[in-house]
Design a protein. Structure first.
Length: 219
């Protein structure tokens, strides 16, 4: 089954797209054949839109099967497009890159340690999750430092023992370290995964694929 992809030659899939067990949200300029390959591998429908007229959707949206939290810069018509599939809420924060700030599956979210209480409350209410503050590899942008599904969590290889133990405790799932795109620790920048499958940046190596599959229970 197809695993490695690029979007218009760029292997950083997670910067430009985000997904749940039901949908993948991508910019309109991704070629139709690439969209179809992504949908087939993840077992999802496609939603095609910009966010705040930007194509870096993966940095601006975080979501799960219950809903999506989105940058405050999103336009009303962009939100309406996503609301056809699930509830959407703007993130009420000075920090607007929701996809970078939030690591989430269907049950738990770990967020940037400086996220305001009102923003955390929106995450909790919209995504129906328990919300915790944390870091991964001392990085506050936890959404780019890891990917979480309902089966496992893959994180930056420099995550500390205490960070790994914290993630295992709050998610209640196996947590492992790995890399993408030939050595990048920013897992969320290149990996789209759910409980049914995954696609990853085209520069990802065979050993990296093996670690992804082990961590997210695809083997």
């Amino acid at each position: 089954m197809l695993r490695r992809l690029s979007f218009n030659g760029n292997p950083c899939l997670g910067v430009f797209a985000t997904n749940t067990d039901d949908v993948v949200i991508l910019p309109p300029d991704v070629p139709p054949k690439t969209v179809q390959k992504t949908c087939n591998t993840l077992g999802v429908e496609a939603v095609r839109t910009f966010i705040g007229e930007s194509s870096v959707l993966g940095a601006l949206i975080a979501g799960n099967s219950h809903g999506f939290v989105i940058s405050s810069y999103a336009l009303r018509e962009e939100i309406a497009r996503i609301e056809e599939y699930a509830p959407v809420a703007r993130l009420p924060s000075k920090m607007t890159a929701a996809g970078n700030l939030i690591l989430v599956n269907d049950n738990v979210a770990v967020v940037h340690p400086s996220m305001e209480r009102r923003a955390m409350d929106v995450v909790k209410k919209t995504l129906h999750v328990d919300v915790h503050k944390g870091t991964i590899a001392r990085l506050k942008t936890v959404g780019m430092a890891a990917v979480a599904t309902n089966k496992g969590v893959l994180v930056h290889p420099k995550a500390s023992t205490s960070e790994l133990e914290f993630l295992e405790e709050v998610f209640g799932l196996p947590v492992d370290i790995g890399t993408v795109n030939h050595g990048s620790g920013l897992i969320g920048s290149a990996l789209l995964a759910n409980s049914k499958g995954y696609v990853v940046g085209s520069e990802t190596t065979g050993p990296e694929l093996g670690r992804i599959e082990d961590a997210l229970s695809f083997v």
